[in-house]
Write a protein that binds this ligand. Structure first.
Ligand code: LLP
Length: 443
């Protein structure tokens, strides 16, 4: 069936997808299709199928360069937002370091060609095995998060396991909670006092941790790290964070101060976010106002702001179901397994047809996936072109962060491939999963 007559629900006239939500190199091909990186998306799906994550490589590189321009070489890309070997290699080529928060992320980053010293190793519950692996790889920084971790490091030092392959003592940052309430979803707030992350400055725990680390001669505590949350639109939250961190940095004569990540991005029309450049300027200005000595290295670790708007997900429409008097459901061949953000955080997305990106979107529908639960919603109140039909390729933009990264095999659905496009060519950097992959771990 076509969507044109039977689609019901509020018929709010809506314009075409906002071009600003699309990857940087988005352009129209001769026949009106959407091109990214010079690759016609309609042709691409003929070759690689759906669903698929398509990343604009030039866009990724541009955002890495913006971060390096704003914070200097070695500003870390937070790999949790999107990691595969190709992404690790790209960020390293662009002079970023990599923030990894588990042994798994560390392994992929190293496999992608990062050197140990280019890694910043995070985690609120690092195992001894992960710490041994990090020390063995000679990671650039370990971000210490708990007194238990300090005990583990002490035991590893006593066992002689802290001798780094780099000819220097392994370097540590201390993760602190500055007591900042960022305006964002509760699940991604981390700067407040009531949190599992880091040491509270206000309670004195951070000072106690510094003291505990001071007699650990095998390791060198060089600075402080904080991360106040994610998808933050107001630079004022970072200004508050800096104001809380600077006295602690001065008191301890640290040489490094990392403000973490958290810069938000626009997902839907009507949202606006500061650029990486504006964020960096606000952070630097706040640091100088707060009296941070210019000799202290001020750094950051953006994730979402580097990768989110670089990608679109392409799906194929499998059914269009009209419920008279209620609404219309448009179902695609993916869902909460490739994008759990709507169901987890109530995040909004938009949708459009890459065969006609300039088409108006007058019809209201709920865009859903193929999973066996009603929460499997991609766009709760989507606006779509009126000639949408079963078999159409449908795109959701701004899916580059925490989509592939949080993808699952729920309902034993196979994870989509990841494709990088640039200069008129595409390359599959992560292939589509197969049933053999699905069964690979089974006895
Ligand atoms: N640094 C640390 C220590 C972090 O915990 C995070 C994110 C980042 C940097 C990068 O933050 P970003 O620049 O990407 O906001 N799954 C959630 C986001 C969780 C963020 C976790 N930590 C989502 O899909 O919105």
């Amino acid at each position: 069936m076509t969507a044109s007559q039977p689609l019901s629900g509020a018929s709010v006239p809506e314009g075409p997808i906002l071009w600003d939500l699309l990857p940087d190199t988005s352009a129209l091909s001769g026949d009106g299709h959407l091109n990214i990186g010079g690759v016609d998306l309609m042709q691409l799906v003929e070759e690689v199928g759906t669903p698929v994550f398509v990343y604009d490589e030039d866009h990724l590189r541009d955002r890495c360069r913006e971060a390096v321009a704003g914070f200097g070489t070695g500003v870390a890309y937070a790999t949790k937002a999107f990691l595969c070997k190709a992404m690790a290699a790209l960020a390293i080529e662009e002079n970023m370091a990599l923030d990894v928060s588990t042994g798994g992320e560390m392994a992929v980053a190293l496999a992608g060609g990062a050197r140990g010293e280019q890694l910043v190793f995070h985690g609120n519950n690092k195992s001894s095995e992960e710490l041994v692996a990090a020390l063995g790889a000679g990671v650039g920084r370990i971000v210490v998060d708990s007194f238990d971790e300090i005990s583990r490091l002490r035991a590893l030092a006593a066992a002689g396991l802290t001798s780094s392959p780099a000819s220097r003592r392994p370097r540590l940052l201390i993760r602190v909670t500055p007591g900042i309430e960022a305006h964002t979803h509760e699940y991604v707030k981390t700067g407040q006092e009531d949190t599992k992350f880091g040491f509270s400055v206000a309670s004195g725990a951070a000072a106690e941790a510094v003291k505990a680390l001071s007699d650990l001669a095998e390791l060198e505590l060089i600075g402080v790290h904080a991360h106040i949350g994610s998808q933050i639109f107001e630079t004022s939250a970072f200004v508050e964070e800096i104001a809380a961190l600077v006295p602690f940095v001065i008191e301890n004569r640290f040489s490094e101060c990392c403000v973490g990540g958290g810069l938000g991005v626009a997902y839907v029309e009507g949202e606006t976010a500061p650029s990486i450049t504006q964020w960096a300027q606000a952070v630097h200005a706040a640091a100088s106002t707060a009296g941070l000595p210019p000799t202290v290295r001020l750094t950051a670790e953006p994730g979402r702001a580097i990768v989110a708007s670089a990608a679109v997900t392409l799906y194929r429409v499998g059914t269009i179901k009209k419920l008279p008097g209620l609404r219309c459901y448009v179902a695609v061949d993916g869902g909460m397994s490739d994008n759990p953000r709507p169901v987890l955080y109530g995040s909004g997305y938009e949708a459009f047809l890459p065969r006609a990106p300039l088409a108006t979107r007058p019809f209201a529908a709920r865009l859903v996936g193929k999973h066996c639960e009603s929460g499997d919603v991609i766009v709760d109140d989507a606006r779509l072109p009126s000639d949408l039909v079963v078999g159409d390729v449908l795109a959701t933009p701004v899916t580059g962060a925490y989509g592939f990264a949080m993808s699952s095999n729920y309902n034993r659905v196979l994870r989509p491939p990841v494709v990088f496009v640039s200069g008129g060519r595409y390359r599959i950097v992560v292939r589509r999963e197969t049933v053999t992959d699905l069964l690979a771990c089974e006895a």
